[in-house]
Design a binder for this molecule. Structure first.
Ligand code: ATP
Ligand code: MG
Length: 580
């Protein structure tokens, strides 16, 4: 492509609303433009990158045996009523009415539509397994759209759905997609990691998120420092091992004693007032799980993981108790809840609390706490279990080595759905024995537009973006320093044509701009390779080749250019862990 005929409206300044580097650079490099909050135009250069990501994803899906379809973005509300998600999905679901007053929504995901499609067509086990995918625009009315393409309201997703006749088949489909994801992200050249995620009611290790590792990631993941172990999980999922050593539940401690803690509500205030460290206190948290009162106990310095609590109890919706409920259940104002004589039947405790006794806790009485609480003697705990959020000081739950927290950007998610949708929507088939069975499903998403942003988050410097060669808008840019020197321009054009003939997606910066402008734009846009030809080079029979990632410049001979270029290109790809 000749850049004199291309449209790249670069910006000199960072746009004021852009908080993260990918957002800044995508705007400055003229790749995207905001239409309104969380909704962007993809300009020619940006769309090229998006399409390259989509094509790699498409190839890997096809290779894995998934079949491409395209479903509508507008979905009838009736389908969402069938699964109960019309009420459950909340405000991220953008609802609209047509002229007849019928309910529709803009698809944030397509489980309902795909299940409806398949239930009408697939009737026999002979038609299974089936895996259908699409690459399409999604709409989620995110509460905080931000960071440009990282968290938009409208974005491009690849979503695949598998249908199997039994659990074993579904697990195979899951493993197949897991491998396809690894291949796709590796081929793009991203530094990524699959991490275990919460699979809710399904249980087991059947939900993984794929994270691109980058400082600016919104998610924190716990990773085992021992590479051989390889344990990695998001914070919702990461297990905390039970404490080593004997349970202290039955250990003697003095009888309970009330202490006045006037106006001290928080763990910090109480511990400071009593002159004890926060790990001496039991924190009592009150919830309703599907409407039923539940208490959860964790050590004062710990954070409860409500996903773990919900999974333990097996409920759907977990909500913090409101002020009225707290007063009713504890008989005290908020801030003094404790497990003794609490009007809540079901009390669950984090298993770390087995490791000590003689606790401090709320007294269920205004301005009062208790000392010398023994959880075995003084209250009835339904179950001790892993209930808290992992910390960086905890050991790896699998191998005991140290854990490290890193930041990640979620670019993909594979999830076993089971028969949740096929049951509620009656997507059934006749098995080998003529018996009606619900299909066993899986769903698999990739954030196509988010990948472009995350590639920049992972690779950039003060001059601009640095794209992996696989998804760069152009793999290489030929820059002529010829000005009015026709011989130089002719040579630049010749090199550009040669690259095109090699099948390389090349740009030729033939604009009537100063060399400085061309260099700055090439660095800003982040083409992984630059070829610079000037009068002196032409005289000496060389062209300068720059590796954008390392900044390294070498000279390639004009005589025998093709071979020398191929070798250099292979080295650049290799530095990305890729094969040209
Ligand atoms: P997040 O936790 O980041 O909101 P999610 O769990 O809602 O993601 P999924 O429903 O699993 O995401 O969607 C599949 C993929 O779509 C995600 O892995 C992510 O890459 C992408 N994605 C989700 N929400 C957005 C968004 N608002 N903007 C861009 N990409 C998104
Ligand atoms: Mg989300």
């Amino acid at each position: 492509m000749r850049l004199s005929r291309f449209y790249i409206p670069t910006l000199k300044e960072d746009p004021s609303e852009a908080e993260v580097v990918s957002h800044k650079l995508l705007m400055r490099a003229g790749m995207i433009r905001k239409l309104t909050s969380g909704i962007y135009n993809y300009l020619p250069l940006g769309l090229k990158s998006v399409n390259k990501v989509a094509n790699i994803v498409r190839e890997e899906m096809n290779r894995a045996g998934a079949l491409e379809v395209l479903m509508p973005m507008v979905q009838p509300g009736d389908l969402w009523q069938e699964t109960g998600r019309w009420d459950y999905y909340g405000k991220e679901l953008l609802r609209v009415k047509d002229r007849h007053g019928r309910d529709y929504c803009l698809g944030p995901t397509h489980e309902e539509v795909i299940t409806d499609l398949v239930r009408g067509e697939v009737k026999s086990y002979k038609q299974l397994p089936l895996n259908l995918y699409q690459i399409q625009t999604k709409f989620r009315d995110e509460i905080r759209p931000r960071f440009g393409l990282m968290r938009g309201r409208e974005f491009i997703m690849k979503d695949a759905y598998s249908f199997d006749k039994d659990e074993a088949g579904a697990e195979e489909s899951y493993a197949n997609m897991f491998e396809a994801y690894k291949k796709a992200f590796s081929r793009i050249g991203l530094n990524f990691r699959p991490v275990q995620a919460d699979s809710g009611a399904i249980g087991g290790d059947f939900s993984h998120e794929f994270h691109v590792l980058a400082e600016t990631g919104e998610d924190t993941i716990a990773v085992c420092k021992d590479e051989k172990c390889g344990y990695a999980a998001n914070l919702e999922k990461a297990k905390v091992a039970a404490p080593a050593g004997e349970s202290m539940l039955k250990d003697e401690c003095p009888a309970i004693e009330e202490v006045a803690t006037p106006g001290k509500h928080t763990v910090e205030e109480v511990c400071e007032f009593l002159g004890v460290s926060q790990d001496k206190l039991v924190k009592t948290l009150l919830f309703t799980v599907d409407g039923e009162p539940v208490a959860a106990l964790v050590r004062g310095d710990r954070e409860l993981n409500d996903v773990k609590l919900r999974n333990l109890i097996g409920g759907n919706e977990i909500e913090m108790a409101n002020e009225g409920q707290v007063k009713e259940w504890t008989g005290a104002p908020v801030g003094f809840a404790g497990p003794v004589a609490l009007k809540v039947e079901r009390i669950f405790a984090d298993h770390e609390l087995l490791a000590a006794t003689d606790w401090i806790a709320g007294a269920n009485k205004g301005d009062t706490h208790i000392k010398h609480l023994s959880l075995g003697r003084d209250c009835k705990i339904e179950q001790f279990a892993d209930l808290r959020v992992i910390t960086e000081a905890d050991p790896c739950p699998e191998c005991g080595a140290a854990i490290e927290f890193t930041k990640g950007i979620e670019v993909g998610h594979v999830f076993k759905l089971g028969s949740k949708y096929s049951k509620s929507m009656e997507a059934t088939f006749l098995d080998e024995n003529g018996k009606t069975q619900p299909m066993v499903m899986g769903c698999y998403g990739i954030g196509v537009s988010r990948i472009v942003a995350s590639a920049i988050e992972q690779n950039n410097d003060e001059n601009g973006a640095i794209f992996p060669p696989t998804i760069a808008p152009f793999e290489i840019c030929v820059i002529s320093l010829g000005g009015k020197d026709a011989a130089v321009n002719e040579k630049a054009e010749e090199l550009y044509n040669e690259l095109m003939e090699m099948g390389i997606d090349a740009a030729y910066d033939d604009r009537k701009e100063r060399p400085g402008v061309k260099f700055a734009d090439a660095d800003l846009i982040g083409y992984p390779m630059q070829l610079v030809i000037g009068g002196k080079g032409l005289k000496n029979g060389i062209v300068e080749a720059k590796n954008r990632k390392t900044g390294e410049k070498i000279e390639l001979p004009l005589e025998g250019f093709t071979e020398a270029f191929k070798t250099w290109r292979a080295e650049i790809w290799q530095s990305w862990g890729l094969k040209a």
